[in-house]
Design a protein around this ligand. Structure first.
Ligand code: MD3
Ligand code: FE
Length: 224
């Protein structure tokens, strides 16, 4: 397989042959440019159905700050934060109800993306939905609260573009910057699964379908 890094040669099992939209951005991190663009209206409707049942909310960090990103979840598990810290929970603490089911079109897209990146049988239990309004950002962090670190995380970006920061598993390494636009899907697995990452403050703008916001969905396998 060709790649500008040549790193795929290090894998015993090569992922499927890349098409035009396949970009290896780091070992184990595959950008599928525009994979979510074609079905965007249906994807957005599905997200809006979730948000109607489990509204977006600004969570508190364990350090006592309020996040600028508003979040909610769907699927068997969702992401919650309280004074005890961050964790996955089967219920939405706002409603005390189970999270809304993961809509089929969202699950199907995540599974298709994972398969294209070389992960067959991806079964996400959680889909976290992040809403960025202009100025919202996400500081550099690792996602390590999932028990199953062998599964990738799949992300879908919708709406306004964002500058995504992507480092390595060492906080000392200076992150790369990638512009993620509407419809971009990225699969983060293998050596990239524990990479530090973040999002720069969202620039002002208006997207044709989503208006003055960016939505990011992350699909996660939590339990082994
Ligand atoms: C690389 N979200 O929800 S998505 C998050 O755009 C999160 O809202 C960002 O970081 C956003 O935790 C980035 C891309 C992403 C998600 C998870 C990763 C990249 C990742 C986990 C490991 C490595
Ligand atoms: Fe993250």
């Amino acid at each position: 397989m060709q790649s500008e890094y040549g790193v795929m040669d290090l894998f015993d099992d090569l992922p499927p042959a890349p098409d035009d939209a396949y970009t290896l951005i780091a070992p184990g991190a595959v950008l599928l440019r525009g994979l979510g663009r074609e079905g965007d209206a249906a994807l957005l409707r599905a997200v809006q159905t979730v948000i109607a049942q489990a509204p977006l909310r600004h969570m508190q960090t364990p350090g006592g700050y309020t996040m600028s990103v508003a979040m909610t979840s769907c699927g068997a598990l969702g992401w919650v934060s309280d004074p005890q810290g961050y964790r996955y929970s089967a219920r939405d603490p706002v409603s005390n109800q189970p999270w809304p089911a993961m809509p089929d079109c969202l699950l199907a897209l995540a599974q298709r993306a994972a398969a294209q990146a070389g992960y067959a049988n991806f079964q996400p239990e959680a889909c976290l939905i992040n809403q960025y309004l202009p100025g919202a950002k996400l500081s550099l962090h690792q996602d390590k609260d999932e028990q199953d670190l062998s599964a990738p995380i799949v992300s879908l970006s919708l709406g306004l573009p964002a500058v995504f920061l992507f480092g390595t598993p060492s906080r000392k390494d200076r992150p790369q910057r990638w512009r993620l636009v509407h419809g971009d899907v990225v699969v983060w697995g293998g050596p990239s699964r524990l990479a530090y990452h973040g999002v720069q403050p969202l620039e002002e703008g208006a997207h044709a379908l989503l208006g003055r916001q960016r939505l990011n969905l992350t699909f996660r396998r939590v339990r082994v």
